[in-house]
Design a binder for this molecule. Structure first.
Ligand code: SF4
Length: 283
């Protein structure tokens, strides 16, 4: 059995940068708190916790020292509270998320109502909404958009959504609210990294008989990657750890493809490849 890796897989630059910033702080300065998991991956969080990174939900739980904002970013009130409490800030907000936050802030300040194509409960979207200072709303369903948002509307996207989905949403909203609108701005704030992983798994699916997707089940981007893999019709196995691999899945197959979500560390992917080779595959 031949094992082939997707051309693009695993940690995206934003997550890699966040993990490196936290590791560097731990090495040079000692323990710190992180506002939520720095990456949606239990093993990475466990590794970082051994080195002194404690996960907290709120700034108020941090007595003293340093606190890291994750790559998903946070709202302005979080940064204000960190400053007010005299804590040291390690800001790992991904530059692509930062750009979306800036757009949300600017549009709201210019008097637009900001409509975000995204999941309201996702930490990144909660942060984006905060940057609108009450002049924003998030949804994935154009039918949920109320018609009384004013006549100036700005649309942006959660970074991990697809570019085409975003433009579909823009068109559907404009069609729905059209007569009420005087001015509409739409800015594509999606991140190309997520799309690159989807394209790579689609290409890989052409060359293999089954796909293994590695990453946490609570990582939205890994779940979506598994969905894209399944959409190709190839048998797809979403696993969190190499030990979950079952040789029965691969009986009679000659080519298996492997990919990983943007929050999956390289070491975990390497373990999966190693184990697949042990099941009779070759790298
Ligand atoms: S997926 Fe894109 S926006 Fe999200 S952390 Fe990675 S690089 Fe940044």
């Amino acid at each position: 059995m031949k094992v082939e890796l997707a051309a693009v897989y695993g940690f995206c630059p934003g997550v890699r940068r966040a993990v490196e910033m936290v590791e560097e702080y731990l090495r040079k300065n000692g323990p710190l708190a992180t506002l939520g998991a720095i990456v949606h991956n239990a093993q990475v969080v466990e590794e970082l916790s051994k080195k002194g990174a404690r996960v907290v939900e709120r700034v108020s739980e941090v007595g003293e020292g340093a606190v890291a904002v994750t790559a998903h970013g946070a709202g302005p009130e979080v940064f204000e509270e960190i400053a007010r409490r005299g804590l040291k800030l390690v800001d790992t907000t991904c530059p692509i998320v930062r750009r979306a936050q800036e757009a949300a802030r600017k549009f709201a300040e210019e008097g637009f109502f900001v409509l975000i194509y995204g999941e309201e409960s996702h930490p990144e979207v909660r942060g984006l909404l905060s940057w609108t200072r009450g002049r924003g709303r998030a949804t994935l369903n154009p039918a949920d958009v109320p018609s009384d948002l004013g006549d100036r509307l700005a649309l942006i996207s959660q970074t991990t959504k697809g570019r085409e989905e975003f433009w579909w949403f823009v068109r559907a909203v404009v069609e729905r609210l059209g007569p009420n609108l005087r001015e509409v701005r739409a800015l594509d704030t999606t991140c190309p990294e997520t799309g690159r992983r989807y394209q790579a798994v689609l290409a890989l699916a052409q060359r293999v008989e089954a796909l293994v997707v590695v990453g946490s089940r609570n990582s939205a981007n890994t779940r979506k990657l598994a969905e894209v893999a399944r959409s190709t019709g190839r048998p797809t196995f979403h696993i969190e750890r190499a030990e979950e691999l079952d040789h029965e899945w691969f009986r009679g197959l000659t080519r298996v493809g492997v990919t990983a979500g943007a929050s999956t560390p390289d070491a975990l992917v390497a373990e999966v490849i190693h184990r697949l080779q042990g099941l009779g595959g070759e790298g």
